[in-house]
Write a protein that binds this ligand. Structure first.
Ligand code: NAP
Length: 246
């Protein structure tokens, strides 16, 4: 149970982040649902949480902006008194073959997926150090481990997340803060719904368990890593990918 805990979930207006926010709230946490552009969808997530008996707030912040992340995290701490769980889930893709990839597309993905996680960890960990405890969960991807043609920017950002996770885990361990990553495979969300049917079929054929995963299956892994039961696990990458990267 996560009763009394305050959790921030970035990119929680849709997809995996939404499922994580709802799961943590169902376990008793007060959840701050972060979004960037999808205000209506974030409000809907808050409403769904409240209808199920949970508590939540929404907060707009572009995680690629260092200064805005400082204000965001500090406002959460001032408003709710503490910060116990940080889930860095916000992510974007700008796919393209290396020869055609623009510097802007490379930068956009690194700034959101990798620097965004650094920004929030930078400010949340200061509070967690004071509290002598906390849980940080960063969203990587199977392609951060295996690579993927057409996703040099995305794969680099997700491999970077694994390095960031391990470095932060080592730095923060002595104060009881655990830092872990989740590496999902293909999960049914807006991000994968844009894939052409042929690519979906070819992708599904590479999955030993035979099908795309559901956001709730990633949320279950996040809830475990956020729990007391996971207190002796840090610096790990938990694969939720139907066996793709074994
Ligand atoms: P999604 O459906 O496209 O949702 C992305 C979420 O990230 C949205 O809530 C979006 O908020 C938010 N976001 C994007 N840019 C942001 C920014 N600059 N600041 C704050 N929030 C921002 O994606 P998803 O499939 O749920 O993926 C969630 C995470 O899992 C990502 O890190 C992704 O890389 C990772 N992942 C996904 C899969 C998969 O198969 N789906 C596989 C492996 C890893 P707004 O809509 O408000 O802008």
């Amino acid at each position: 149970m996560l009763k009394g805990k305050v959790a921030v979930v970035t990119g929680a207006s849709r997809g995996i982040g939404r499922a994580i926010a709802k799961k943590l709230a169902s376990l008793g946490a007060f959840v701050v649902v972060n979004y960037n552009g999808s205000q209506e969808r974030a409000e809907k997530v808050k409403q769904e949480i409240e209808e199920a008996g949970g508590t939540a707030a929404i907060y707009q912040c572009d995680v690629s902006d260092y200064g805005k992340c400082e204000t965001f995290i500090q406002n959460v701490i001032t408003e709710y008194g503490h910060l116990d769980i940080l889930v860095n889930n916000a992510g974007v893709t700008r796919d393209g073959l290396l020869m055609k990839m623009t510097e802007e597309d490379f930068g956009k993905v690194i700034d959101t997926n990798l620097k965004g996680a650094f920004h929030t960890i930078r400010f949340a960990s200061r509070q967690m150090l004071k509290q002598k405890g906390g849980r940080i969960i960063n969203m990587s991807s199977v392609v951060g481990v295996t690579g993927n043609a057409g996703q040099a920017n995305y794969a680099a950002s997700k491999a970077g997340i694994i390095g960031l996770t391990k470095a932060a885990a080592r730095e923060l361990a002595s104060r009881g803060i655990t830092v872990n990553a989740i590496a999902p495979g293909f999960i049914e969300t807006d991000m994968t719904s844009v894939l052409p049917e042929k690519v979906r079929e070819a992708s599904a054929a590479q999955i030993p368990l035979g099908s795309f995963g559901k956001p709730e299956q990633v949320a279950a892994a996040a809830a475990f890593l956020a729990s007391e039961d996971a207190g002796y696990i840090t610096g790990q990458v938990l694969h939720v990918d139907g066996g793709m990267a074994m």
